[in-house]
Write a protein that binds this ligand. Structure first.
Ligand SMILES: NC(=O)c1ccc[n+]([C@@H]2O[C@H](COP(=O)([O-])OP(=O)(O)OC[C@H]3O[C@@H](n4cnc5c(N)ncnc54)[C@H](OP(=O)(O)O)[C@@H]3O)[C@@H](O)[C@H]2O)c1
Length: 281
């Protein structure tokens, strides 16, 4: 298949590009900064340079492609744009070009469904795009993955500095998933019928255990500080009052994930412990 990968320069997008090429597909990578494709350059057949928030630059990006996989999103970066500009509007712009070009499949990377998350702006923006996709008439699959291993490298970074900070008593649980497992599901979706696929790592882990795994990979003694959740809840509430959406929209998401159980079906194969061991080398 000829596949346009949007978000190709990101953590997940680079995994998707590699899996597509390994399975023999033709890869057109959409990037606003093609230099960021360097780590996967060998897996890219063609680059389309565009900022997906600007429909003019996107025009024609889906011509002569069979499918689109989008992992475009605003992840942990407070800049000029909000989640509504990127997670919703940029993906909608892309969808419009996909419909115009008559692609046969659109795979969209959304986010895990969890009761605590649904009211957050980032998640609302993603759900709004999911709805557009359902109404577009295009065959589609919406991926609903749990947190990626890349986000949990923050524990390894803190452990390297000697201390991990956890929210609450450390017993909130999550099953993080490797980008390679999500990418495999994204590429599987190209010729599957499911309109939604929930994705989570193979192990449901309390955050306390994740912190211990990080220290274990480094071979250092665990030193953990617990921060009461009321401090986080009050900080999030204050940020909603004091900062614009482009700031609090980015911050409220990880802080909410870290202070609730966020659980998905255990579909992934890679274990966080092994990821930490490789990353800690
Ligand atoms: N990280 C997680 O734990 C997690 C969990 C569940 C779901 N997700 C979702 O999965 C998706 C991918 O996440 P990720 O961790 O791979 O994020 P990431 O590394 O930040 O990648 C995001 C990608 O989107 C691109 N992008 C952003 N704005 C753009 C624009 N205006 N035009 C063109 N490209 C644009 C980025 O390009 P640049 O390289 O130029 O910035 C990058 O390639 C996101 O939708 C995210 O919400 C993430």
């Amino acid at each position: 298949m000829r596949v346009l990968v949007a978000g190709s320069t990101g953590y997940l997008g680079r995994h998707i590009v590699r899996v597509l090429k390994d399975r023999g597909h033709y890869v057109r990578a959409l990037a606003r900064n093609p230099a960021r494709l360097e780590p996967v350059r060998d897996s890219v057949d063609e680059v389309f340079t565009a900022d997906a928030t600007d429909p003019k630059t996107l025009a024609g990006c889906c011509d002569d492609t069979d499918a689109v996989i989008s992992s475009i999103g605003l992840v942990g970066k407070a800049g000029k744009q909000t989640c509504w500009d990127v997670d919703y509007r940029a993906n909608r712009n892309l969808l419009e070009d996909a419909v115009r070009a008559g692609v046969s499949k659109f795979v969209y990377t959304s986010v895990v469904r969890a009761p605590a998350l649904e009211k957050l702006q980032l998640v609302r923006a993603k759900r709004a795009f999911e709805q557009e996709l359902r109404e577009s008439g295009l065959a589609h699959t919406i991926l609903l993955p749990n947190g990626y291993f890349s986000d949990f490298d923050a524990y390894l970074d803190m452990a390297r500095k000697g201390r991990v900070y956890l929210f609450g008593d450390g017993n909130f649980r999550i099953n993080p998933i490797d980008g390679a497992d999500v990418a495999a599901a994204a590429v599987d979706a190209l010729d599957a019928d499911a309109s939604e696929v929930e994705l989570g790592g193979p192990e449901v882990l309390p955050h306390e255990e994740i912190a211990h795994e990080a220290f274990g990979a480094l071979g250092t003694q665990p030193r953990i500080t617990h921060i009461p959740t009321w401090i986080i809840a009050s900080s999030v509430a204050l940020m909603r009052w004091l900062t614009p959406l482009r700031v609090h929209g980015v911050v409220e998401f990880p802080l909410t994930v870290l202070t609730h159980d966020v659980l998905s079906p255990t579909t992934g194969r890679q274990r966080l412990r092994d990821h930490y061991k490789q990353t800690a080398l």
